[in-house]
Structures are given as structure tokens and as C-alpha cells.
Design a protein around this ligand. Structure first.
Ligand code: ATP
Length: 507
């Protein structure tokens, strides 16, 4: 990396961004130093992504200035930011699935198609080995799981010519717990090599583990900055983020089902993946009314395919599926009518129509339509949504907001509200707290517990073992194309479930 002698690599003064009547960032003063990891914390919608997008040149600021090398710079559009040495690893990866890793990187770092394949391949291997990133240049991107795709993005940024500031937007939200430690190690290595790192995260333990400096955004204003030498603590950071609001404690009583009524049952199900490969073989899953069954497994063990079968988005190759004691055909309408709700693992990609408002999303598969003459009574729907317990608990934005103007966490709140507002008999929910700030995470967890107490059967997919243990009555584990028998949460522990995740039930 090129050496620079300034005290900072990048500095903003009074940086401001306005969307219509909303001031998303107001008067932000921020410094990125070399050899430093600067974590940015803040609740959903606080303005973190907006700030990062100005630094990466996606948005032009509406006010304030950005300095690099002692001079004011213009970073918009991103080509300018990249030329100045700023790289960004996004949450949604900007890669071409049909191409190999090598070709994807060639597209972004080489000029023209006449690049030297062997030379570039060697550079990819060298940089990925140096930072422990383990990528195979010849692998196709469609074959890669999310963690591998992220490593590709990082290699791309590192191979760009002038990179010295790297922005990571919630990088660990796509990683399984086993990958997080090596990711943090890589960040430390980058820091030690002189890079300035900006890290957006909702996970306080990650901040405590690696940040040299922390800043907190609240409602678009930078309200708090502290350095590692000042002694960072979790309590201090949480109260800087949340102010007087109290962080809820999630509590669950042990599950006792008097009815023993099965709400959803998969019997000897065999499931194929997108490419015709067998993903799960002869698996059984039974969830009673009012019960929460957690599904653990390392990513790519069949979570997505199983969840899709449980909502009629994918057919079984063999076996049967019953909802409320009745067999059901693989058709989403039938599942909705039978009282099943679904939250997919990647709502932004799979469940959101960018030009639609929140309210329009609600009626897509959530709220009952209110008729007015021959049309829909939108006003009545909007009132019903705004007054609903679910929307209020999750502080959902106003119903007329377009989904593509929402922050990532606010999209997740919309999708969760939509699934919960129907008070489903069965809820299939993947990664409920992905992208949510710490306060909202607790709210949704408590809400799921309450929903189960009112009789909803919940199948909970999560990579967060703490969350699975906190919420589930039983945990089942996906490994080696099988689903384990159910383990009572009170009679097992993280160690046993972790072993099962790695080795399956023969372990
Ligand atoms: N393109 C846009 N048009 C209108 N409003 C926007 C746009 N992008 C963001 N906003 C609004 O700006 C505010 C800040 O959003 P931002 O995405 O920066 O928040 P964030 O802190 O990154 O949140 P999260 O933790 O949920 O990702 C939010 O109220 C959001 O709805």
C-alpha cells in the first residue's frame, strides 16, 4: 500500500445529505486515520449507510466538505472515490454469478479485456493468501456461499490500484459465527498494514474486539466519538446509541403444550436444490401449536430450500407435508390461506418491490383488503397498519414510504411487520434480526415469544446460536443432507449443537 504521512487519510467537515424533507446526515465531522479501525454505530435509519455512500461517491453531499491529502476532494461518482483510494464492500454484492472469480475481478480492476490472466491470478492468490481470504480464482461465483462472495469483494477492493480507505457495511451479517473471528483477524491485518477501515456494524462485541475509534450516529447527527484508549464498554456504547431508551431483556417461559396439536409436519421429505442436486434426504420436522423450533446449521446446509418447502415455494421430491393436520399442495396461496407466514433469508432481494410503498407491500400477502366501492380503501388500511401493535412495536415508517427509500433495517422491519400482522398459525422465519439494531432485535425476539404464547407455531432459522437458544423450545440441526432429531433447548448446549452442525448426528 502507498504510504502517506498525514495524520488522517480522510476527513469530513459539516457533511450533510438531505432526501426531500428528511435530513439523513447533518453536519458530520469524521476522521479516518491510517492504521485504524473506525466503527460506526447507530440505530436503524440513523444515517450510517448514507454517510458511507457519500464517502464512496454514490451520493454527492448537499453540504460540507471532504478532505484528503490536505485538499478538498470531490468523490461523486464512485469512479472518482475509487481513484482517490476509497473502496467499499457492500452488503449486497456487486458480482456477476455466471463468471469466475478471476473474470469478476478482471472486470473491475483491469482495463479492457486483454488482461494477463496468469498475472492477475497470481495477484489474487497472493493477496488472498496474505490476508487469509481463501478464494479460488477459477470458481464460478454462482457456486459461492455468501461468505465466499464477500471475500471476492474484499480481494477486488484490495487489488484496486490506490486503495487506502476501506468501508465495510455490516460485513458480518452474512457470515456464520465460525467465520466472524477470521474476518475480524483480517480487519486487524489490514489495519496493521496501514489501511484506514470504516466498519458499520450493529454488533457491540465486534466493536469491542477490534475498533480503535467508535462514532455513534443518532438521527443523522454524529453525537459521540471515543477512542480505544479511553476504555470502551458495551454499556457506554449502547447508551450512546439509544439514549434514555431501555434495552429490553428477552425472557421466555418453558414450553408446555397441553393440546399437543401439530401445526406443521414434514414427513420423510426429500428436497432438491436449484440445480437438481439433492439437498435434504428423508427429513422429518414437527412443530406443535405454540412451539418454537429453531433450525441450526452452517450456511448452505439446506436452510433456504427447507424454508421454501415449508411455505410452498418449492416442491417436495418425496415425502408429505401437512399444515393443521391437512396435506397441502405446494402453492403459496394455499399456504397463506392455511395461515402460514414467511420471512425469507434475503428480504431485500426476494420480498421487496422497489417502487411499491410499505402499504402496498402489506396487502401483497399480509393485510386483508378493505373494499371501497370497486376499489381498495387505502385510507382504512393505512390507519389499521399505523395502529397495529406490530407496526408500533417495530416503529415502522409511514405506510406511504416507498420501499427503495428505506434503510436496510427498516426494510427488515417492514417484512417482519407484514409477517406478524396476520397473527399466523404458522410462521416460517429466517434470520429475524439480520440488519436490525440492538434495541429492535430485542423487540422482535420478545414479539416472537409472545406470538408463540398465543398459539403460533414458529420455525426459526438463524445462524446466531444465542438467538436460537434464547427463543427456541427445541433445536434441530441441518448437516450432511439430514435433519437431526429435536433437542430440548434446556437439555443441550451450544457445544453439542456446534458439534452437530459440523459433523451431523453420527458425531
Ligand atoms: N434514497 C433515499 N431516499 C429517501 N430517503 C432515504 C434514501 N436513502 C436513505 N433514506 C432515509 O435516510 C435515513 C437514513 O438511512 P440510512 O440507510 O443511512 O440508515 P442506516 O443508519 O444505514 O440504517 P440501517 O441500520 O437500517 O441500515 C432513513 O430514514 C432512510 O429511510
Amino acid at each position: 500500500m502507498e504510504q502517506h504521512n498525514e495524520r488522517y487519510l480522510l476527513r469530513t467537515q459539516g457533511l450533510t445529505k438531505i432526501f426531500g424533507s428528511l435530513v439523513a446526515n447533518s453536519g458530520i465531522d469524521l476522521e479516518v486515520k491510517p492504521n485504524s479501525i473506525h466503527a460506526i454505530l447507530g440505530e436503524n435509519g440513523a444515517g450510517k449507510s448514507t454517510l458511507m455512500k457519500m464517502l464512496y461517491g454514490v451520493y454527492a453531499p448537499d453540504g460540507g466538505s471532504i478532505m484528503m491529502d490536505g485538499q478538498e476532494v470531490e468523490l461523486h461518482p464512485p469512479t472518482k472515490a475509487r481513484a482517490k483510494g476509497i473502496g467499499m464492500v457492500f452488503q449486497d454484492f456487486r458480482v456477476v454469478p455466471a463468471l469466475t472469480i478471476l473474470d469478476n475481478i478482471a472486470l473491475s480492476v483491469e482495463k479492457g479485456i486483454l488482461f494477463n490472466r496468469n498475472k492477475l491470478k497470481k495477484r489474487i492468490i497472493d493477496v488472498s493468501t496474505k490476508y487469509g481470504l481463501a478464494v479460488n480464482p477459477d470458481a464460478y461465483v454462482w457456486e459461492l456461499d455468501l461468505g465466499q462472495r464477500q471475500r471476492l469483494e474484499i480481494v477486488k477492493v484490495l487489488l484496486a490500484e490506490h486503495t487506502r480507505v476501506i468501508i465495510f457495511d455490516e460485513p458480518t451479517s452474512v457470515l456464520v459465527p465460525q467465520e466472524v473471528e477470521s474476518f475480524l483477524n483480517m480487519l486487524r491485518m489490514l489495519r496493521d498494514d496501514g489501511y484506514g477501515i470504516l466498519l458499520i456494524t450493529h454488533k457491540i462485541n465486534e466493536v469491542l474486539a477490534c475498533a480503535d475509534q467508535v462514532s455513534v450516529l443518532r438521527s443523522g447527527v454524529l453525537t459521540y466519538t471515543a477512542n480505544k484508549e479511553d476504555g470502551l464498554t458495551a454499556d457506554q456504547l449502547i447508551s450512546a446509541m439509544m439514549g434514555d431508551k431501555e434495552l429490553k431483556i428477552v425472557e421466555k417461559e418453558s414450553f408446555e403444550s397441553s393440546a399437543n396439536e401439530l401445526a406443521i409436519a414434514l414427513n420423510a421429505g426429500t428436497i432438491k436444490g436449484d440445480y437438481g442436486e439433492t439437498v435434504l434426504q428423508q427429513v422429518n420436522l414437527q412443530v406443535k401449536k405454540g412451539q418454537i423450533v429453531g433450525v441450526a446449521g452452517i450456511s448452505g446446509s439446506g436452510q433456504r430450500e427447507l424454508a421454501e418447502v415449508l411455505f410452498g415455494l418449492r416442491s417436495l421430491v418425496k415425502g408429505t407435508l401437512e399444515v393443521g393436520g391437512q396435506s397441502i399442495k405446494p402453492d403459496v396461496r394455499a399456504f397463506l390461506e392455511a395461515g402460514v407466514s414467511f420471512v425469507s433469508e434475503d428480504p431485500i432481494k426476494e420480498s421487496v418491490i422497489p417502487g411499491f410503498s410499505i402499504l402496498e407491500h402489506m396487502v401483497l400477502d399480509g393485510m386483508e383488503l378493505k373494499k371501497k366501492g370497486l376499489g381498495i380503501d387505502w385510507k382504512k388500511l393505512a390507519d389499521e397498519l399505523q395502529n397495529s401493535k406490530e407496526a408500533q412495536a417495530l416503529a415502522l415508517a409511514s405506510g406511504n414510504r416507498r420501499a427503495d427509500t428505506l434503510s436496510g433495517g427498516n426494510v427488515q422491519r417492514m417484512v417482519l411487520t407484514r409477517a406478524l400482522i396476520r397473527k399466523p398459525d404458522v410462521l416460517i422465519i429466517s434470520y429475524p434480526s439480520r440488519g436490525l439494531d440492538i434495541g429492535t432485535t430485542r423487540t422482535i425476539q420478545q414479539h416472537l415469544i409472545q406470538l408463540a404464547q398465543q398459539g403460533t407455531a414458529i420455525v426459526l432459522f438463524s445462524e446466531d446460536l444465542d438467538e436460537l437458544f434464547k427463543l427456541s423450545d427445541e433445536i434441530v440441526v441441518l448437516a450432511g443432507k439430514r435433519l437431526s432429531k429435536p433437542y430440548q433447548t434446556t437439555a443441550t448446549d451450544v457445544g453439542q449443537i456446534g458439534q452437530l452442525m459440523l459433523k451431523g448426528e453420527s458425531a
